[in-house]
Write a protein that binds this ligand. Structure first.
Ligand code: EPU
Length: 305
């Protein structure tokens, strides 16, 4: 049943009943009953302020490249639609959180600035990448991040430099109730040809080790300290395991792929099967990197009914 939302919230641009299959890279999920898409930071602030005042829970969505949504969602979802402008000041690049992550890495490379090569194959938005402190090939966002702007859970605007304890491996303090609006990377001038060559090398590596031709959500589990989730899943003999059209990729065991008509619950069930098998065989409790959303909870630790 639809709840009545306050008028100031309804002034923020929004759409009704958008399928999560269109909002996530895995291409699964129910309906997003309320999708708010502010085109300015002010509208985003109005959204958070109104929700905070009303005590309304809400969620923030980026490029949907790290997400499985079980069922329909009545909870308002915020997806920034800020103008895709990149500002350059010296060697610093600032972009809105809704900017495409790969496009930003490409813009830096084209400008002859080094430091974001690692990001050139990581899909989603800049905001999602900062929020998760995304990384690859031994580099992560916190290595280049010098300033960021975000909304607090109450809707207050804060701009600051990162501080110790705010970012760690595939985690940041922004994961709880905060909305990242913009970020600045401090880059280093380099030889454009060398930067492009590095980007090409990373792409080639990803292309040969990861199932990029099928719908996927990147790595499903975080790497346990000093170990590789992919190797543990592989050694547990789980490559190719399927539930419906959801499959543990035969190419890289820490990727689940959609073979065509998979459902969100098939993915959630497959994740749980993989988690339990790795626990049984290796005694290691894998922690999801992918988020599971459900009307009544948002968690990276999930249970199935
Ligand atoms: N491995 C296997 N079997 C597999 C997959 C991997 O034995 O099915 C082995 C590989 O042979 C290698 C080791 O596991 O010796 C590590 O594999 P890989 O180099 O593919 O790296 P990863 O640890 O699985 C991490 C990130 C990726 C990132 C790559 C490249 C995590 C959870 N994953 O993968 O990030 O692209 O390094 O830097 O940190 C993501 O976060 O979504 C993601 C894909």
């Amino acid at each position: 049943m639809s709840r009545r939302l306050p008028d100031d919230l309804l002034k923020v641009p929004h759409r009704r009943d958008v399928s999560f299959a269109r909002l996530t890279t895995l291409g699964v999920g129910g309906l997003c009953h309320w999708l708010f898409e502010p085109t300015t930071e002010g509208e985003a602030q109005s959204f958070v302020r109104a929700c905070s005042r009303e005590g309304l829970p809400w969620r923030v969505l980026g490029g949907g490249s790290n997400l499985v949504v079980l069922g329909d969602l009545e909870t308002p979802v915020l997806r920034l639609a800020l103008p895709k402008v990149v500002y350059r000041e010296g060697n610093r690049f600032t972009a809105p959180a809704s900017h495409g992550h790969i496009a930003l890495a490409e813009a830096a490379a084209a400008a002859g600035l080094s430091g974001l090569e690692f990001a050139s194959g990581i899909p989603g938005t800049l905001g999602g990448a900062i929020r998760m402190n995304a990384g690859a090939y031994g580099r992560e966002w916190i290595d280049v991040l010098v300033r960021f702007r975000f909304l607090t859970p109450e809707g207050d605007l804060v701009e600051k430099a990162p501080e110790p304890g705010e970012f760690s491996y595939r985690w940041s303090f922004l994961t709880t109730g905060r909305v990242i609006l913009a970020a600045t990377a401090d880059l280093v001038p380099g030889d454009p040809a060398r930067i492009q060559a590095q980007v090409a090398e990373y792409r080639e590596k990803r292309g040969t080790s990861q199932p990029l031709s099928k719908r996927n959500a990147g790595c499903i589990f975080k790497n346990p300290p000093g170990q590789s989730a992919g190797r543990l899943i592989d050694q547990a003999g789980l490559k190719g395991l399927r539930i419906g059209d959801a499959e543990v990729s035969p190419e890289h065991a820490n990727f689940l792929v959609n073979r065509g008509k998979a459902t969100a619950s098939e993915f959630a069930e497959l994740m749980e099967r993989v988690r339990l098998k790795v626990l049984e065989i290796h005694g290691v409790a894998l922690v999801p990197e992918v988020e599971i959303w459900h009307e009544s909870f948002q968690s990276s630790v999930f249970s199935l009914q």
